[in-house]
Design a protein around this ligand. Structure first.
Ligand SMILES: *Cc1c(COP(=O)(O)O)cnc(C)c1O
Length: 456
């Protein structure tokens, strides 16, 4: 199509979008006042193409999910084949189909020790709702019906349904919907840069873990059902806890018999250079949520891995009155199996662990000399850059101005990155090459320069 034709089509789509489409987590009025929606029409490898034919390096892997990159014929073929053979059948009534069964065995092989059974959903939010349902049912079965409260962290993201948003610690979400529901408590996150003033990271990690212990003691251990956390907080700003944090959390949960739940929706399937971040960080969860990278986003699928203690109790407990029409969807599970096969065959996890992960972290570290950069952090192919007005006091510019200016510059110059508070975050596809990392860091640096020039 000619440039003019592309523009005309884009104008029509933008108008349809403006009239009829409500976007998640979006200020619609501002969106359409500022030129409307960017429409992505194609993608290949790590590159997106928009409706006006701009090429954009996808530093976010879609929404933290396109781990094997775009344009994988094999995944399309796996879906096509399964759709022709059997597009759908349920798993409710003593039936199942082969893909969810085969995938369950594979997931048990890959997951941290002791997590041998899976309950499927179609999104991370659904699987975190399953967490709430299953944990409460478990404590009822154990004869402890008062053990029902969940402890989570401020800035946590666990999804957007009422229960998963209650688990989450996003105050902007809570405010609009009278959340959290009763029975959800939030404590300080292991976020050294904002909460650790005057402390070294190791001491702060213990302090942040102690906030969980204090909350358990305040509520009474006989009331607390579970603690849930992302091993590395994602949407809250890629917050990497100090090394002292998770071992303490592990100890505390064990001491008070509080279930430990790892939300690995982002950190799973190779993102940090192991199948799951729990394996890298030495976390032994009782349950673990997975989604996003499980299919590299090619189809919606999620799963909750359930530890033996809970699964054994569940299997003695009669009907579990919970499930989704699409639990164990055969087409999504067939795609997940093929996606896992690609990750294994191409050695993507080893590549992130040994090569591209360390290289991205070095690239980020090279940005600390920039006047706007207060801190960089990350692990594997997750990264964050905190932008500040004053490096000593950590003072920020008002209204996230620095990160918004930086993000806008990056997208305009061919790099898709996201801003959270006054910081930049990234989570590129696991197939990203070193030269693509060079490009990412170089555009990011020019974005920082542009933001600095704008803010003075
Ligand atoms: C994205 C996300 C979820 C929610 O997943 P959806 O598929 O959007 O419902 C849950 N937990 C974490 C850590 C996430 O990043």
């Amino acid at each position: 199509m000619t440039t003019q034709a592309l523009r005309n089509t884009t104008t029509v789509w933008k108008e349809q979008d403006r009239r009829h489409h409500i976007h998640p987590f979006t200020d619609s009025k501002a969106l359409h006042a500022e030129g409307g929606t960017r429409i992505i029409t194609k993608a290949q490898g790590c590159y997106l193409t928009d409706s006006e034919d701009h090429q954009i390096l996808d530093g976010m892997a879609g929404l933290w999910c396109v781990n094997v990159g775009y344009g994988r014929q094999e995944l399309a073929e796996a879906a096509y084949k399964q759709m022709q053979e059997l597009p759908y059948y349920n798993t409710f009534f003593k039936t199942a189909t082969p893909p969810p069964i085969e995938l369950a065995e594979k997931l048990a092989e890959l997951a941290p020790e002791g997590l041998n059974r899976v309950f499927y959903g179609s999104s991370g939010s659904e699987s975190n709702d399953t967490v709430v349902r299953l944990v409460r049912h478990f404590w009822n079965l154990m004869g402890k019906p008062d053990k029902k409260v969940f402890i989570s962290r401020e800035h946590a993201y666990h999804g957007s349904t009422c229960a998963s948003a209650s688990l989450g610690g996003m105050t902007a979400m809570h405010k609009q919907a009278d959340l959290p529901l009763p029975g959800f408590e939030h404590v300080m996150p292991p976020y050294w840069y904002d909460f650790g003033a005057g402390m070294d990271p190791a001491s702060f990690g213990k302090k942040a873990a102690k906030a969980v212990e204090d909350k358990i003691l305040e509520l009474g251990a006989d009331k607390v059902a579970a603690f849930i956390g992302e091993p590395i907080m994602g949407a809250g700003g890629v917050i990497v806890p100090p090394e002292t944090y998770w071992p303490e959390i592990q100890r505390i949960c064990k001491q008070y018999d509080v279930l430990l739940i790892a939300d690995e929706v982002i950190s799973g399937f190779g993102r940090v250079g192991t199948w799951f971040a729990s394996q890298k960080l030495g976390i032994k969860p009782d349950m673990m949520t997975m989604a996003k990278g499980i299919t590299s986003g090619y189809l919606p699928l999620s799963g909750l891995m359930v530890g033996d203690r809970i699964a054994d109790a569940l299997s003695e407990g009669g009907d579990f009155n919970h499930g989704y029409t699409y639990s164990g969807h055969p087409v999504a599970c067939a795609v997940a199996l093929k996606n896992i096969e690609i990750i294994e065959r191409e050695g993507l996890i080893e590549r992130v662990r040994d090569e591209t992960g360390p290289y991205l972290q070095e690239g980020l570290a090279s940005l600390v000399d920039h006047p706007l950069v207060g801190e960089v952090r990350g692990m594997g192919l997750l990264g964050a850059v905190e932008l500040v007005k004053d490096k000593d006091t950590h003072e920020r510019y008002p209204n996230n101005q620095a990160s918004i200016a930086c993000r806008d510059h990056c997208i305009k110059n061919g790099l898709m990155l996201r801003q959270v508070r006054d910081g930049m975050i990234m989570s590129p596809p696991l197939i990203l090459t070193k030269s693509e990392i060079d490009k990412l860091i170089s555009i990011l640096r020019s974005g920082l320069d542009a933001a600095k020039a704008k803010l003075g």
